[in-house]
Write a protein that binds this ligand. Structure first.
Ligand code: TYD
Ligand code: MG
Length: 453
């Protein structure tokens, strides 16, 4: 087949170059020039509409049937939950994560269950040979044997194979290992990743196949290849976890068919991934009550409340500028909380190194966890543990005031279920949860007082 001509376009400014260059001649961006096909494609993309062509039918919105979104359950309830109920036919889902986190394991387990429920699944891998997939499958047991596998890196061949067996679901592991004939550049190249993603998306829409694609995450945390990949697909999931720990968090950051920020929790075992039904228990399992510098808060991950422990350690600093080391919390937010404690509550961290971390590799992204961070800090510097049965939930204002947090009832209900008996929060919060005493605090001063008692 004659190769279509290529163009080299800057992904930043759109300027086209006759050949690859390391730096865009127009905008000066480095490594932004990617290959893309031209010529044959111009006609396909309908740049010019022939006057004699039949015009497509335009309808009023009310005449369009409300589409009922069909869902195919993957048989892994946590996976389905994060997807918003299951895979959607004709959609494209991207699963990102660091190497070794368990993406292939998750998808092979899902593929086996889909096959068991009567759907044909093609698991195409450019990463592993069919023999290597077989080794993994043997560990997982169950019905993995029924999954259709293919070790192939040429996208056109993968799509042909999927069509040939009439697969309902196509899993492609990974987008960085495939290439299309339309481009000359190597697999993994920005242009290849984008073009392959585009072809897969079109394939999904044209055939109704649910396409699931694995994407490797770079050190910076982005899915390798450009951000455009995330714009192309319908759903983006991230699979993450601490390399040294066995649990894995699955999270949606984009979902055209469901909500984002839902959290699915798995544990990696000797026989694959197992759903964790009670994440709060898992996250608090290693908690050491009675030690200063620990406080528990309740996060709302999508619709699901989860309890996590915040740990702080304040230690006299040697010399020079004291260190502030934050893991799982934005260092700038930590700086704000330290400043509030210093100026509004008279608790000083001058000449003290401060280390804060959130257990379980969870990240604190909402200000509702401020109160727990502040409590852990005060507890550490005063060397007094927080009460073992106390939960902390509130946002700190710059004036030292403590503000209520959304979804408090749901969070506190989870705390009560996990055996907590008192909740420190905003005096303005109106909450009434069985078995949990709400202790309202107006100002961070009162928090210091409660911890000194
Ligand atoms: P894998 O799914 O290959 O990760 P990814 O595709 O994201 O790179 O997972 C690899 C890791 O998981 C590897 O360290 C082995 C471990 N593992 C288990 O602990 N139990 C299992 O049953 C399987 C299949 C893998
Ligand atoms: Mg893999």
């Amino acid at each position: 087949m004659a190769r279509a001509k290529s163009a080299w376009r800057c992904t930043e400014c759109g300027h086209t170059h006759p050949k690859w260059v390391g730096r865009c001649e127009s905008c000066g961006a480095w490594n932004s020039v990617a290959e893309e096909p031209v010529a044959a494609d111009t006609a396909r993309r309908g740049v010019r509409v022939a006057a004699s062509g039949t015009a497509p039918i335009v309808r009023r919105l009310r005449d369009v049937d409300a589409a009922k979104i069909a869902r195919w359950g993957t048989g892994l309830p946590e996976f389905d939950f994060v997807l918003g109920g299951g895979l959607v036919p004709g959609s494209m889902t991207l699963i990102g994560g660091e190497p070794g986190i368990g993406k292939s394991t998750l998808l092979l387990q899902a593929a086996a269950r889909l096959e068991a429920s009567g759907r044909t699944v093609l698991y195409a891998s450019g990463e592993e040979s069919a023999e290597q997939l077989r080794l993994r499958a043997d560990r997982l047991g169950g019905a993995t044997g029924a999954v259709h596998v293919l070790g192939e890196t040429r996208l056109e061949a993968v799509l042909a194979a999927s069509t040939a067996i009439d697969a309902s679901v196509l899993v492609l592991d990974s987008i960085q290992t495939v290439y299309t004939d339309a481009l000359e550049s190597a697999p993994g190249n920005v242009g290849q990743v984008r073009e392959c993603a585009g072809l897969l998306m079109r394939f999904a829409k044209d055939t109704g196949t649910a396409v699931v694609v694995v994407g490797h995450v770079t050190k910076g945390g982005g899915i390798a290849g450009p951000k455009t990949l995330e714009h192309i697909v319908d759903t983006v999931l991230y699979f993450e976890g601490e390399a040294t720990l066995d649990y894995r968090l699955l999270r949606a950051t984009k979902n055209r068919f469901g909500s984002v920020d839902e959290l699915g929790v798995f544990e990696m075992t000797g026989a694959g991934l197992v759903a964790v039904a009670n994440p709060s228990a898992l996250f608090l399992a290693a908690r050491s009550t009675g030690t200063a510098g620990s406080a528990v808060t309740a996060l709302l991950e999508g619709s699901r409340p989860v309890l996590v422990e915040v740990q702080a350690l304040a230690a006299p600093s040697g010399y020079g500028t004291p260190q502030r080391v934050a893991t799982g919390i934005d260092p700038r937010r930590l700086a704000v909380i330290l400043a509030i404690l210093e100026r509004r509550a008279g608790v000083s961290f001058a000449n003290v190194d401060v280390f804060v971390q959130v257990t379980a590799g969870v990240k604190l992204t909402e200000p509702g966890s401020d109160l727990a961070v502040a409590s852990a800090l005060i507890s550490s510097i005063q060397n007094r543990p927080t009460p073992a049965d106390a939960l902390y939930l509130g946002e700190l204002g710059l004036g030292g005031e403590i503000r209520p947090v959304g979804g408090a009832e749901r969070r506190l209900a989870e705390a009560a279920r996990m055996g907590f008996r008192q909740a420190f929060g905003s005096a303005r919060a109106r909450v009434d949860v069985d078995g949990l005493r709400h202790r309202g605090l107006a100002h961070v001063d009162e928090l210091v007082g409660s911890l000194a008692a």
